[in-house]
Design a protein around this ligand. Structure first.
Ligand SMILES: [Zn+2]
Length: 159
């Protein structure tokens, strides 16, 4: 892939993330616009990633090393990349509200995640086995016996 098309993909990702971020709940207009941008940039999505049920948060194919932990910088402790359901898969409908923030009950710190991760939870609540805590700087299990609740609720993340 050329530098130019890499840059275009970065810009598309930036615009999508920007539109879907913030304190507001993204409405249907935002979703449609993000989907339209996604459709327009389809040529820059690797041919091999099309039709995949799961992809990385940037829309590319899942790599063998995506679980490697970043050691330094602002993303220290996080995985190199996270797997999400593809946009087509998420578009099939949510079975839970889209929630971006959760509390780690052990430390009380709120962690906020990106829109594609939040929508993956909303489409398939049991998709992930664990999640990251910004306070502790590491991952812990989610689910009924996990230590995470959606911010402002008593509802366990991953349940
Ligand atoms: Zn914590």
């Amino acid at each position: 892939m050329s530098d130019e098309s890499n840059q275009r993909t970065d810009t598309v990702t930036f615009v999508q993330e920007w539109m879907m971020s913030g304190d507001h709940e993204p409405d249907q207009w935002h979703r449609d616009f993000a989907a339209a941008i996604d459709a327009r940039c389809t040529p820059s999505v690797p041919e091999s990633a099309k039709g995949e049920r799961v992809v990385l948060t940037n829309g590319s194919l899942v790599t063998d090393d995506h679980r490697d932990i970043i050691e330094n910088g602002p993303r220290a402790g996080q995985q190199k990349a996270y797997v999400v359901l593809s946009m087509a898969e998420r578009a099939k409908g949510f079975v839970r509200p889209v929630r971006r923030s959760y509390v780690h009950k052990a430390c009380g710190v709120v962690t906020t995640m990106g829109q594609s991760l939040a929508e993956t939870y909303a489409r398939d609540p049991a998709f992930y086995s664990g999640t990251f805590c910004c306070g502790c700087g590491t991952h812990f299990p989610v689910g009924e016996t996990g230590e995470f609740v959606w911010n402002g609720t008593d509802e366990k993340v991953g349940s």
